[in-house]
Design a protein around this ligand. Structure first.
Ligand code: NAD
Length: 428
């Protein structure tokens, strides 16, 4: 296919890295700490394959439009490819490759038996009726049917897609294969093999990592103050759990701005994005605050859980939190990362902190294969133990190699992938 993956890793970090540049830089940095054959590192710089398909759609008005879809599969040395499908006008092959590499690291740091993938369709889902979205999804499932499967590549929801999209995908795939195969996707509704607790999982893992980071820094959770940017699936679930566990959540926000109360907000009374879209500012609170000022509050723990690239070279010096837990994907730019590291701010990376989502996807896949559903309580308990195990592995690396939490997470991931590749060797 036409995508150009250049061989030139940037030596200097550009102001705005692409997802692929970020993924390759992080691979390069981790490789300096890990004793892995350079040939293995070279192989990991490239995806196994990127599939590009045309997805024709009959619009509701009878006209036909053709959309472009991608599935990037980065690496499957540890198990089937795993990653989301996004419907967004900015989807590109290169972005899918970069994000598929992130998924490889995320699955490996969690020690899940999966590799990394990402895909999507170049489309604005808001321009589609529900019926059009269903037809587009079913045709996309057919176009990439040879590439996916429960032991091959397992898509999941991402930007612009949801449980309903996964239900259509699973149905289309199953109809063509001639049998019901729930394990082809995760993030489905529980009635057709989805897992309880999947929706709250990334927020729960963020809360668990925040709690462990506080404990590591000898900070009693009942004395801790927390600010959360973004009150969606990730931010609201993380804020509410930390609130329940005794922390004082002093600020939360949505895209329009935030609420601020030094005595602590009632996080259960503030509507999350799915409960009432952009409903945060309609609530009563002693103070309101801008999203920029929220990031710079003098709190113990800051959780950016909205969008990427919010902590940059421009504001990193003004971040006053001692601990930053990345709820969103990529909220800290690489320039900001170095500044925070020099200043002694602990940044718990996205590939660990929000990995509860893919971890419960793994539980969903296990439930589908075994045809046996777990209770919500079991999911929460198993997630707790997977998160603590990954936390321990990353903490051990922080202490052994004297590196940042982010570097440690990448080192743990690369050790696992690199050793697996060395053990399997290069065929033929
Ligand atoms: P969501 O749509 O449920 O909520 C997003 C929230 O952020 C909303 O409250 C919205 O108003 C707010 N927001 C949007 N733009 C903002 C801005 N510029 N400044 C401040 N607030 C803003 O989204 P989500 O599922 O919670 O995802 C949030 C982040 O977490 C994204 O980066 C996503 O990629 C990442 N993430 C999500 C999952 C998941 O399964 N939901 C898993 C891992 C990572």
């Amino acid at each position: 296919m036409a995508m150009q993956v250049t061989d030139d890793d940037p030596v200097e970090e550009p102001a705005h890295e692409s997802a692929l540049e970020t993924a390759r830089r992080q691979l390069r940095e981790a490789a300096t700490h890990v004793d892995v054959d350079p040939g293995v590192i070279e192989r990991l710089r490239h995806p196994t394959r990127v599939v590009e398909v045309s997805v024709p759609l009959k619009r509701d008005d009878g006209t036909v439009e053709v959309f472009t879809g991608y599935r990037a599969q980065h690496d499957d040395v540890r198990g089937p490819y795993k990653g989301g499908l996004r419907y967004h006008p900015d989807v590109t092959a290169e972005e899918c490759v970069g994000l598929s590499m992130w998924m490889t690291w995320k699955c490996a740091v969690m020690d899940l038996p999966f590799g990394g993938a990402k895909g999507g369709i170049v489309v604005n889902p808001k321009d589609l009726s529900t019926e059009e979205k269903e037809r587009l999804t079913r045709r996309f499932a057919e176009e990439i049917r040879d590439e996916v499967g429960p032991s091959q590549d397992i898509p999941a929801p991402d930007m612009g897609t949801d449980a309903k999209t996964m239900a259509w995908f699973m149905d289309a795939y199953s109809m063509q294969q001639g049998e019901t195969i729930p394990g082809v996707v995760t993030g489905k509704p529980p009635i057709i093999g989805g897992s309880y607790g999947r929706e709250e999982a990334p927020g729960r893992s963020v809360a668990i990592i925040a709690r462990e980071a506080m404990r590591y820094h000898d900070l009693d959770i009942s004395d801790a103050t927390v600010a959360v940017q973004g009150f969606g699936s990730v931010g609201a679930n993380a804020a509410r759990l930390l609130d329940d566990w005794g922390a004082t959540v002093v600020a939360v926000s949505d895209v329009n701005g935030g609420l601020y109360d030094t005595t602590g907000l009632d996080t259960h009374a503030v509507p999350s994005h799915s409960e009432e879209a952009e409903g945060v500012m309609a609530q009563d609170a002693p103070n309101t605050i801008t999203n920029e000022a929220l990031l710079e509050l003098d709190v113990d723990v800051l959780i950016p859980a909205a969008v990427g690239n919010v902590i940059t070279r421009d504001n990193a010096d003004r971040i006053q939190a001692d601990i930053v837990v990345e709820g969103a994907n990529g909220p800290t730019t690489s320039g900001a990362d170095s500044i925070l590291d020099e200043r002694g701010v602990a940044v718990l990376p996205d590939i660990l902190a929000n990995a509860g989502g893919v971890t419960v996807s793994y539980f969903e896949w296990l439930q589908d294969i075994n045809r046996r559903q777990w209770s919500e309580e079991r999911v929460a308990n198993e997630l707790e133990s997977e998160m603590l195990s990954a936390w321990d592995d990353v903490r051990a690396e922080v202490e052994a190699a004297d590196v940042s939490w982010r570097d440690a997470a990448y080192i743990v991931a690369l050790e696992r992938i690199g050793k697996a590749k060395e053990a399997r060797g290069l065929w033929p």
